[in-house]
Design a protein around this ligand. Structure first.
Ligand code: FAD
Length: 541
């Protein structure tokens, strides 16, 4: 299955981002955002304009062969991030089209791509992606929707009859084209279905907690007949593989949603803290305000950003098999975005609890990002299983090599300690089959995300030569130290909690991870937090 996505050059990406900015500034002022949220209204006119002949923003996701712009991972990431800063509901409505189109890009034959992608491009069609079912959520393999082959006179398959229901489909009620995963005799397979096919119907929009401007609905297929060439790839049983390929890009997109929403919440908190006077001075002068509600979130969002940038450029470089990296990006960035948005309500006090200040809307909107495109727990399952195997296979080399590369750069000693300690922790856990306990495996997955994002941030900070370097360096030191201590303390807890290790083995573990040395990484952190707070203040002013 070939997918070439070199991506846009800087100038074209800049132009696309500027176009998006212009259109959202004009069409999505605060009053409109609040109204779409309150009335749960799909922004049909805005989406029509975005897909219309003048803007044609959907061409971004389409390959150049069919007249698209051929955006890559980096482009998808940046567009998703910027749109999420403005309104995550609208971002979801627009970018779900990219999700819907993706099975055709990764799984369609040349002819199918030419026909479907060509039409989507020319006609500006809204596309939806239908995988989830009422009884098949995280466990996609449990899907019940079936496609029965209809045979022609010669016994050849001429068409399929599809029956079943898909649940929680973004754009489900407003799309014209659907890519739907269904069970065929040869296994799960994607089909393209047009909305006006007899037997196809859509449910009422769901009443949701957040992203209320996006439409989410059931789709029902009751004896829907489609020609055999609507089967993507013209071969049964490729669907789960194609779905995994789709995740490679779309998990990065949802990571960017979490990141963009979190960044917006954080920026609003910094600006508010600088302006709001309590006890005779701006809140931002209170260390308990900055070091609790601002700095930790700035650090985690920078780490998320550094990691996502790394994954997107590796995707654009054509590197295959980045499933775990996509999961780490999604898990870490969406959890960081949620935490930052939650802190933003607190930072705004009572005003944060009102609609007018919008941070409570950002909080509700960003909540979905740890649920759709694979929940955080599903990401932890993927990360835990794969990293456990990888560390055992390389006898710890996977993480030790990361530590070595940082030491060679002459930076990030705390992060290097974290990476070495994680190798030791996974190997120690493996000796007594501890990762077979799902709780332990999830904790190891969480630590993998902490460490790998810290490694990405340390590399980015040292290579940076912009005015943000001091901020990035301080964030990298804080995140690296926190990751190291997290690995050591959590590792110790895992071993003790299991009752499988005697006191000598526990002591051996403490020595192997260099526990005492790791604790010392906290030295100087108070000053680092002050530096981050000061740098953010300058950035906002
Ligand atoms: C607003 C919205 C938009 C959506 N858009 C789309 C769309 O466009 N297309 C589409 O196909 N789907 C879409 N979805 C569906 C979404 O991807 C699923 O809701 C999600 O994958 C989780 O499935 P579920 O809701 O059935 O939860 P479940 O799978 O029932 O999970 C419930 C809880 O159990 C946990 N859990 C599940 N399995 C495990 C396990 N093995 N170990 C430990 N914990 C576990 C989960 O993490 C979660 O916390 C959307 C959902 C929403 C709410």
């Amino acid at each position: 299955m070939d997918r070439t996505r070199g991506g846009l050059d800087d100038e074209t990406l800049g132009f696309v981002l500027q176009t998006l900015k212009t259109v959202t500034e004009r069409r999505l002022d605060q009053e409109t955002r609040l109204h779409l949220d309150e009335d749960a209204e799909f922004p049909a006119e805005l989406v029509d304009e975005m897909l219309g002949p003048e803007l044609g923003l959907h061409l971004l996701f389409l390959p150049e062969e069919v007249g698209g712009l051929g955006a890559g991972g980096r482009d998808l990431f940046r567009v998703s991030e910027e749109m999420a800063r403005v309104d995550l509901g609208v971002a979801t409505a627009f970018l779900a089209i990219a999700l819907g189109v993706d099975p055709i890009i990764v799984g369609g034959t040349k002819e199918q791509k030419r026909y479907w992608l060509g039409r989507i491009g020319e006609e500006g069609l809204i596309v939806a992606y239908g995988v989830t079912e009422p009884e098949a959520g995280s466990n996609v393999a449990r899907l019940k929707t079936v496609a029965e082959p209809i045979l022609g006179e010669e016994g050849e398959i001429t068409a399929y009859r599809i029956d079943g229901t898909k649940q929680f489909i973004t754009n489900g009620g407003v799309a014209q084209i659907y890519t739907v995963l269904v069970r065929t005799p040869g296994g799960p397979s994607f089909f393209v279905i047009e909305r006006d096919t007899p037997g196809f119907s859509v449910g009422a929009p769901e009443h949701k907690h957040g992203i209320r401007a996006s439409n989410t609905a059931q789709i029902v297929m009751d004896g829907v007949e489609v020609p055999a060439d609507h089967l993507l790839g013209l071969e049964e049983g490729l669907g789960l593989h194609q779905a995994n390929e789709v995740f490679g890009f779309t998990r990065l997109m949802v990571a960017a949603f979490g990141l963009g929403a979190g960044e917006e919440a954080l920026n609003r908190s910094v600006a508010y803290g600088l302006e709001r006077i309590q006890f005779g001075e701006p809140l931002y002068r209170k260390q308990g305000f900055t070091h609790k509600l601002i700095v930790p979130h700035a650090v985690r969002l920078e780490a998320a950003r550094a990691y996502c940038e790394g994954v997107s450029s590796r995707l654009d470089g054509g590197e295959p098999g980045l499933q775990v990296e996509g999961s780490i990006a999604k898990l870490f960035a969406t959890e960081a975005g949620n935490a930052a948005a939650d802190a933003a309500i607190q930072a705004h006090g009572g005003y944060g609890y009102t609609h007018e200040y919008e941070v409570e809307k950002i909080r509700r909107d960003v909540r979905i990002t740890t649920i759709f495109e694979g929940t955080s727990e599903i990401q932890q399952n993927i990360i835990g299983t794969h990293r456990w195997r990888m560390v055992v296979k390389t006898k710890g080399g996977f993480y030790r090599d990361m530590a070595t590369s940082l030491r060679e750069l002459g930076t990030g000693e705390a992060t290097a300690l974290a990476a070495d300690a994680l190798a030791e922790t996974i190997l120690a856990a493996h000796t007594k089959k501890l990762p077979r306990e799902q709780w332990a495996m999830f904790e190891l997955a969480r630590l993998a995300a902490e460490v790998e994002t810290a490694v990405a941030l340390a590399h980015k900070a040292v290579q940076d030569s912009s005015s943000r370097k001091a901020l990035l360096m301080a964030c990298a030191r804080l995140h690296g130290g926190a990751a190291a201590r997290d690995v050591a303390v959590t590792g110790l807890r895992l071993l003790l909690a299991s009752d499988r290790y005697d006191i000598d083995e526990i002591e051996k573990y403490r020595t192997a991870v260099r526990f005492d040395e790791i604790m010392v990484t906290a030295a100087g952190e108070l000053a680092e937090m002050g530096r981050v707070a000061a740098a953010l203040e300058v950035a906002v002013e």
